[in-house]
Design a protein around this ligand. Structure first.
Ligand SMILES: [Fe+2]
Length: 261
């Protein structure tokens, strides 16, 4: 079992209501059926140590492997006892067989998970609120080298608006979007903070150069992991917790802790 690294990020924005200062989010992504200790004990302990206010999952927490769905459902049941859990699909959930997809989402709902599918929910705290949006984009935008998805398709801010609607004025917006490739579109649509995964930290992390490879088989992807700030808008890309069929080198599984300042 690989040791989980906890990464800490501090986010500030003039759009953030002052009472949210100190609010803490645990960002999990790309578990891909991995299990950290019996009943997820190791992962849950890591989360407890960070004392979060909520948990946000940004896709590929399950995949097509046999054990992935029951493990994720079990994890969510345990987490929902303590914290609100927000969830979006990644490309691997989108590619599940229909029966598995329906089962996964039915059980997540029963567990109390807040599922966002091109929709949003208000997150209230200390008498004020922000918005949490969840984007699930059509598969053609993933540009997967190994599948039939259409090459050349670009996802724009207008496309984000078509799927998510016009953002509400004067409100801090978190966007959960599995694929960080289109951060400029999310940013220009109006996301103050985007949380993404998908890249697995670039699989192999090379000192000073960053992640080697993206799922589009692109070398040294720009948004490979960590915190990015462009035009006053934030992006945090989780390096993920699992492998899918890939390995990880110099790239430990990650729990990200995001604190508002
Ligand atoms: Fe993915």
């Amino acid at each position: 079992m690989k040791k989980i690294k906890t990464s800490y990020y501090t986010i500030s924005s003039p759009n953030l209501p002052k009472p949210f200062r100190g609010y803490r989010i645990i960002h999990l992504s790309d578990l891909h059926g991995a299990l950290y200790g019996k009943n997820h004990k190791v992962l849950i302990q890591k989360i407890k140590e960070a004392a979060p206010d909520c948990i946000m999952m940004t896709g590929d927490m399950a995949d097509q492997s046999l054990e992935a769905i029951p493990r994720l459902i079990d994890l969510c049941r345990r987490l929902c006892r303590y914290w609100p859990v927000y969830f979006i699909d990644g490309n691997h959930e989108q590619c599940l067989k229909r029966r598995e997809y329906i089962c996964l989402h039915r059980e997540l709902k029963r567990a109390g998970v807040i599922q966002l599918r091109n929709s949003w929910k208000e997150l209230s705290y200390k008498g004020t609120s922000i918005q949490v949006y969840g984007l699930v984009m059509p598969m053609m935008y993933y540009k997967d080298w190994f599948r039939e998805y259409r090459w050349g398709a670009e996802f724009s801010a207008e496309d984000a608006g078509t799927l998510l609607g016009k953002p509400k004025d004067g409100c801090f917006r978190i966007l959960l979007a599995h694929n960080p490739l289109y951060f400029p579109a999310y940013r220009d649509w109006g996301a103050d903070l985007t949380l993404s995964g998908h890249i697995h930290g670039g699989i192999i992390r090379i000192p000073r150069l960053g992640g080697l490879l993206s799922p589009e088989v692109k070398f040294f992807p720009k948004y490979d992991g960590g915190h990015f700030l462009e035009k006053g808008r934030h992006l945090v890309v989780s390096r993920g917790l699992g492998n899918h069929f890939l390995f990880r080198m110099w790239n430990p599984p990650e729990v990200a802790v995001i604190t508002f300042a």
